[in-house]
Design a protein around this ligand. Structure first.
Ligand SMILES: Nc1ncnc2c1ncn2[C@@H]1O[C@H](COP(=O)(O)OP(=O)(O)OP(=O)(O)O)[C@@H](O)[C@H]1O
Ligand SMILES: [Mg+2]
Length: 463
């Protein structure tokens, strides 16, 4: 089936099609109703004719006679559109006068038993005719006389034609007028849409100001309202993106300028031993840049995973956390920190993307170790009931109450906890947690010492 794309054409067709169907049905009804009334009228005239003719049937000496002068008969039969026929026959005499060939055999006249006028349809010389017969018994005779008058149907057909045309032509004209009017009105109604299209096509890509919704119909106002909402979101996203790029550039500036200074210093030195401190600083700067780069990539990866609706697969949370903790043990020992993991001895199944989930854990464990003093402890606990809850608790520097929410913002860092880092770790944690529909709770540790991060899994998240 052809799908009509044009709204204008579709509206027009939806209007014209039922209207045309209505006219066709109306024409059929008109035809049959008109036909009925025309037939009734002409049948009555035919009855008048047969009655007047019957009055001329007399009896003479007990015998039926029909004595009408030919000139009177010519007047009776005169008609410039139709031909009129008649026949007079009696029970005793048989054919008396008129047109012998009128065949009215379809009425029961032969036994002269008619009690009321009998109409019939027949043919004469291959032309359709309509006739009527009556039976009379002239005075002074016992003979029964059948008087028949018939005529061709030209007048009837002409009248039906005229009436039908008189009904249909105005209806067709009406449809044409309605169609033209609707075409004009639809075009006028759609003008605001054309204006909006033009306005949008002329806009510069930087122009995200709201579209004006004055002088537009309410239906289009809804569309403009939705577009303005979208533009507002785009404006917000662009501001965030601009700030993000500025922050990233700012984060790069420190290690890059350090890199430049140390490289210049190295160039001025001849002795490899003298170069060593500068080279160590160069390595640290490169490490910082590499770290920033990998954090930025991870953020982009988790954003992409959200947008692409990646499939969440079953993961054994217990096994995954245990493995990750083991990987972090050497780093913790290096910092003289005791890392412990406590969990029930059962597998805890959840649905997720394993690589992203590992990244989330890495960032949280990294923070717990990095922002703790030596000789302290980091506890990782996994509970299964009533829903899986994973807590990572340390007894380190802690986060002030007022900043507990802010640390999830991109590039947000707490000045007093000065350690290497670019402020993206918790933003990555938040993105991944949102993707897995995990609630992240950040609070101060026991006795307001250290930090406790809880990951509360949705019970429907279990696979
Ligand atoms: N367990 C914690 N104890 C104390 N402070 C923390 C802890 N976790 C995070 N913070 C503070 O929150 C800030 C943001 O943490 P986040 O992990 O987002 O960035 P980062 O660690 O500075 O850099 P990176 O992107 O390398 O992780 C950190 O700078 C730190 O000051
Ligand atoms: Mg971090």
């Amino acid at each position: 089936m052809i799908k009509i794309q044009s709204l204008k054409l579709r509206l027009l067709l939806h209007l014209i099609f039922p209207l045309t169907s209505l006219v066709i049905v109306n024409s059929f009804i008109s035809y049959y109703v008109t036909m009925h009334y025309v037939n009734t009228t002409y049948d009555n005239w035919l009855l008048d004719s047969v009655t007047s003719l019957a009055q001329e049937v007399k009896s003479k000496e007990g015998k039926v006679v029909f004595e009408v002068p030919p000139s009177a008969l010519r007047i009776f039969q005169w008609d410039d559109i139709d031909r009129t026929f008649f026949k007079i026959e009696s029970q005793q005499v048989g054919f008396i006068a008129g047109d012998k060939f009128i065949s009215n055999s379809n009425i029961a006249n032969k036994d002269f038993t008619l009690t009321s006028p009998a109409y019939f349809d027949s043919e004469i010389h291959h032309k359709k005719i309509r006739g009527v017969s009556i039976i009379i018994t002239p005075k002074d005779t016992s003979d029964k006389v059948l008087v028949t008058v018939a005529e061709t149907l030209n007048k009837r057909h002409n009248m039906v034609k005229h009436i039908i045309f008189a009904v249909i032509i105005p209806e067709i004209l009406l449809i044409l007028i309605i169609g033209l009017y609707m075409r004009f009105e639809i075009k006028r109604g759609l003008t605001p849409l054309y204006t909006l299209t033009q306005e949008l096509s002329q806009r510069s890509p930087q122009d995200l100001t709201p579209i004006s919704n004055t002088h537009v119909p309410s239906e289009i106002r809804i569309l403009i309202h939705t577009m303005n909402n979208l533009l507002a979101k785009l404006r917000k996203t662009m501001v965030i993106q601009k700030a993000f790029i500025e922050n990233a550039a700012h984060q790069l500036r420190t290690p890059l300028s350090g890199l430049k200074i140390q490289a210049e210093r190295v160039l001025r030195l001849n002795n490899l031993q003298e170069m060593e401190p500068a080279l160590i600083k160069i390595k640290n700067s490169v490490d910082q840049i590499a770290h920033l780069n990998s954090q930025l990539l991870m953020l982009a990866q988790s954003e992409a995973a959200i947008e692409s609706n990646n499939k969440l697969l079953p993961i054994d949370l217990n096994h995954l956390v245990r493995e990750t903790c083991i990987e972090w043990v050497p780093y913790a020992l290096k910092h003289n920190i005791e890392l412990s993991f406590d969990s029930p001895s059962m597998s805890i199944q959840i649905r997720g993307i394993e690589t992203l989930f590992r990244e989330l854990l890495n960032n949280l464990i990294d923070n717990a170790i990095r922002y703790s003093q030596q000789q302290s402890r980091v506890w990782i606990t996994l509970e299964a009931i009533p829903q899986p809850i994973l807590t990572i608790e340390d007894e380190g520097y802690g986060i002030p109450e007022s900043e507990l929410d802010k640390v999830f913002d991109r590039f947000y860092r707490i000045s007093r906890n000065q350690q290497d880092g670019c402020g993206l770790g918790l933003a990555i944690v938040k993105e991944i947690a949102d993707l897995h529909r995990i609630q992240v709770k950040m609070e101060q540790g026991k006795n307001s010492k250290g930090t406790k991060v809880s990951l509360i899994f949705n019970s429907s998240q279990r696979s």
